[in-house]
Design a protein around this ligand. Structure first.
Ligand code: IMP
Length: 202
């Protein structure tokens, strides 16, 4: 029997490698937009991670007539009313170096002590089906904003999210270590369970 195909709405190779690894035992054939030569610009104009993930998954589902997964993620800082949130990539401008974005967040929190510094990476994965059904899975890595940037691994806001459980920022974690506890990895594993529940992977 042919494998069922599942499209992941990304052109990012790193994300595809991670999702292929996590979904390896499902029997689903994972395809990226790159694999399918799909080149579309989808406007992510939602105000929540759920809305943006659903916008992307539905747009590609409507285009292809196939089942599609999409993700949206970012950093929520409680002291900043959960900013930058869905605007994480665009915060202070898309092309502004993360050293500046990170230092600005640290400066914003100069008067915040202890629990007031709580923050998290959030990832929502949405699945859209040709029959109109949509399901979502949300996961986080919980931490606090560090007093200064620490670590050379990862990308984006990794040097400033200190995870007390591990005594280091996600920027200090080796990639394999971060993948195991990452918001994206956990959301993907949760989505895998939800797809199994919907009898998708058979
Ligand atoms: P995306 O939705 O995966 O493209 O992520 C949007 C933005 O959120 C990224 O451009 C980063 O600014 C931030 N972000 C998401 N995940 C992480 C992470 O694991 N580490 C650091 N920054 C992240």
């Amino acid at each position: 029997m042919d494998k069922k195909r599942l499209i992941f709405a990304t052109t990012n190779q790193g994300k595809m490698d991670e999702i292929r690894m996590i979904m390896a035992d499902t029997g689903l054939e994972l395809m990226s937009l790159k694999d399918l030569n799909i080149n579309v610009d989808i406007e992510e104009n939602g105000t929540t991670f759920e809305e943006n993930a659903i916008i992307k998954a539905k747009a590609i589902c409507e285009l292809t007539g196939e089942m599609v997964l999409a993700d949206d993620s970012g950093l929520e800082v409680d002291y900043m009313d959960k900013a930058p949130g869905v605007y994480s990539a665009r915060y202070l401008g898309e092309d502004t170096p993360y050293s500046i974005k990170n230092q600005t967040i640290i400066d914003n929190l100069k008067d915040a002590k202890g629990d007031e510094r709580s923050a998290r990476f959030v990832c929502v994965i949405a699945a859209a089906f040709p029959d109109g059904r949509v399901i979502t899975a949300r996961e986080t890595i919980e931490g606090v904003i560090a007093e200064e940037e620490r670590g050379v691994h990862g990308f984006g806001y990794d040097p400033i999210l200190f995870v007390p459980e591990f005594g280091m920022t996600t920027g200090e974690m080796l990639p394999e270590q971060k993948n195991e506890i990452s918001h994206r990895g956990k959301a993907l594993r949760l989505m895998k369970e939800k797809l199994a529940y919907e009898n998708i992977n058979c």
